[in-house]
Design a protein around this ligand. Structure first.
Ligand SMILES: Cc1ncc(COP(=O)(O)O)c(C=O)c1O
Length: 363
């Protein structure tokens, strides 16, 4: 018998989640271009850094009042009462709290594949069952299929919008119609980790559907546009009753991260600069990759999901040999996070080098 045999049965095949899919072994002989985990390569903004530095001196005190300040800031930011806000040690921990609060053994949780990896592991942690429907085109979340798969046992539906890893964005009206018609015994979770990167400034958040007592949870994170992935702060917006249920199990952020997140919400200059870099570089990368004959899925996010029409594993190995780390998904698709201009150039140089070699080999 091994110790693993003592683990809860539903968890025995699980391994630790590694952001980016792979633990990097830094080779200090070359600069590493890390475009595998959708981090914001601009680093944290100056206001967040200043607030976190100031907070360090209070590290001996439990973080309650800093967390209250953050919740208040978030409530003002989203225009909803503070009773609708819960904060987490990263939105990944928010995903865990949702499972812990709501999933009973034998409940079903619905997702449309492909979507964010962490959802797939959630139901197993609570003895619940994952029910997957597949995107017909391999990339776009199919709300009709999700709706048709709802049963009496469905407890949770996870929708990532825009979707990770594909970068696709749902039609907002269709999403709102879907949320309205989901039956009462089901809680819909809309994960908006990447919504800040959407170009259309008028694109609405699902938060506007939260107010009227519906079983809806909207997840957000400070790990993406606010550049605070290492500081671990995320939040959920839901009606007061749902938020109270989540409060029973939530694990909040630490004092330093909470202070950084609160200050980040005020740093409009940094936010706009991050958005500007991402939009410009997204257009540039899309254009250059298409010139290389690559199929690029139009992205509303800080990453690009693409089919290079070659052996994707071999391609990734080559990129790694050039110091460029991206994320493998399937024999057809891989994903690159959008970085700073020099990083994107290094990625494109390595990719075109590989494709030239590959095309030569194929002749
Ligand atoms: C869709 C989605 N949701 C949630 C998360 C988790 O974010 P956090 O760093 O806040 O745990 C990620 C991280 O990559 C993500 O892609």
């Amino acid at each position: 018998m091994t110790t693993r045999d003592l683990m809860r049965e539903s968890l025995r095949n699980f391994r630790a989640y590694v952001a980016g899919g792979k633990q990097l072994q830094p080779d200090l002989s070359m600069p590493i271009v890390k475009l595998n985990a959708n981090e914001n390569q601009m680093g944290p903004g100056p206001k967040a850094v200043m607030a976190m530095t100031a907070e360090l001196g209070l590290g001996h005190l439990y973080p309650m009042e800093t967390i209250q300040r953050l919740k208040k800031k978030i409530s003002e930011h989203v225009g909803l009462p503070v009773e609708c806000v819960s904060v987490y040690h990263g939105s990944g921990s928010g995903i865990g709290a949702i499972g812990e609060a709501f999933l009973n053994p034998d409940d079903e949780m619905l997702v449309c594949s492909p979507t964010y990896m962490a959802y797939y592991m959630l139901p197993g942690r609570f003895g619940a069952k994952l029910v997957e429907v597949e995107a017909d085109d391999g990339v776009s979340t199919d709300l009709d299929k999700i709706y048709d798969a709802i049963t009496d046992k469905t407890k949770l539906i996870f929708i990532c919008n825009p979707n990770n890893p594909t970068g696709t964005l749902l039609d907002a009206e269709k999403l709102f119609d879907f949320i309205k018609k989901v039956p009462e015994h089901v809680i819909t979770v809309v994960d908006e980790a990447y919504i800040d990167w959407v170009s259309d400034e008028s694109y609405p958040s699902a938060m506007k559907m939260v107010e009227d007592g519906r079983n809806l949870i909207v997840l957000r994170t400070f790990s993406k546009i606010y550049g605070l992935a290492g500081c671990r702060v995320g939040y959920a917006i839901a009606n007061a009753e749902v938020t109270e249920c989540l409060g029973a199990v939530a694990m909040g952020p630490n004092r330093i991260g909470a202070a950084g997140a609160a200050a980040a919400l005020d740093d409009i200059e940094y936010y706009n600069a991050a958005k500007e870099n991402n939009s410009t570089q997204r257009e540039y990368l899309t254009r250059e990759m298409e010139k290389l004959g690559i199929t690029v899925v139009p992205s509303s996010t800080s990453f690009i999901y693409f089919a290079p029409h070659c052996d994707t594993k071999d391609c990734m190995d080559f990129l790694e040999s050039q110091g460029v780390f991206i994320r493998y998904f399937s024999e057809e698709y891989i994903r690159v996070s959008i970085g700073l201009p020099w990083q994107n150039k290094q990625f494109l140089t390595a990719l075109s080098k590989y494709l030239m070699r590959y095309q030569k080999k194929a002749v």
